[in-house]
Design a protein around this ligand. Structure first.
Ligand SMILES: [Zn+2]
Length: 249
């Protein structure tokens, strides 16, 4: 499967290619299962028809964008090129649940533009009720076909959560709430006695939140079951910019 994602990373897939085998490309209609009812006279906005993809093609596009980014082959569109279409609405093809870390910018890391990614960020990239609601909106209303939980190496939130558990350290203000939310991942990693606890906890945190989103009722779990949505994990390497796929099924 990875071979597919690695194909021809120097070129963005053409709009024509992206439309192949998609609901719009094959002449079908956008599905609205699980959505608030949208009348025929008011179809969902699709200012970017190339963003109507299958979940598998959405993942391929995301990873191919990251490969361009890693190689310095980004092909960003100018704001003036994309802005006119986006005044009519948005139809991002993927959602990202990322960390707030200033070194990890999803649009840059996946070589995408305005209107392509629906992004939620919180230090430690974990699901909260508000994050879940945002991802439900991004998928059920805006029709994004993919969610990626994007963790990264050298995550300060993960390091703080490890300190909180190993050294019983307290943090000021509301920061403690972050370490508390990440403690299941750290505790799960400790049980595996890893050589690198920070790496293991980062991966465990991604895995736990992927599973949580796949099982989230009533919206996300149904879309996953119906094949309308894929939820995967990614680990961004700060040093190289490379995103390693994890928890892909
Ligand atoms: Zn982080």
């Amino acid at each position: 499967m990875c071979q597919t994602y690695e194909q021809d990373p120097s070129q963005k897939p053409s709009r024509r290619d992206l439309l192949k085998n998609t609901p719009l490309g094959s002449g079908g209609a956008l599905t609205t299962v699980g959505l608030p009812k949208i009348s025929v006279s008011e179809p969902p906005a699709t200012p970017k028809p190339e963003n109507v993809l299958t979940p598998e093609d959405a993942l391929t596009r995301l990873i191919q964008g990251n490969r361009r980014y890693v190689k310095g082959l980004e092909t960003p569109d100018s704001f003036t090129t994309v802005s006119k279409a986006l005044t009519t609405g948005q139809n991002p093809y993927a959602c990202v649940l990322g960390c707030s870390d200033s070194r990890v910018s999803p649009e840059l890391a996946f070589d995408e533009n305005q209107g392509d990614l629906f992004i939620t960020r919180v230090a430690g990239n974990f699901v909260t009720p508000e994050i879940l609601a945002s991802l439900e909106y991004g998928t059920a209303v805006l029709n994004a076909q993919l969610i990626m939980v994007l963790g990264h190496t050298s995550c300060g939130a993960i390091k703080a959560a490890i300190k909180a558990i190993e050294k019983d350290e307290d943090f000021p203000g509301h920061i403690q709430s972050l370490t508390s939310a990440l403690s299941p991942a750290v505790e799960g990693a400790i049980k595996k006695s890893p050589e690198d606890l920070a790496d293991a906890a980062t991966r465990e945190n991604i895995r736990l939140n992927v599973v949580k989103l796949r099982k989230a009722t009533p919206i996300l779990s149904k879309r996953v079951r119906d094949g309308q949505l894929k939820v995967v994990g990614g680990l961004y390497e700060i040093k190289t910019g490379h995103v390693e796929l994890i928890e892909v099924v």
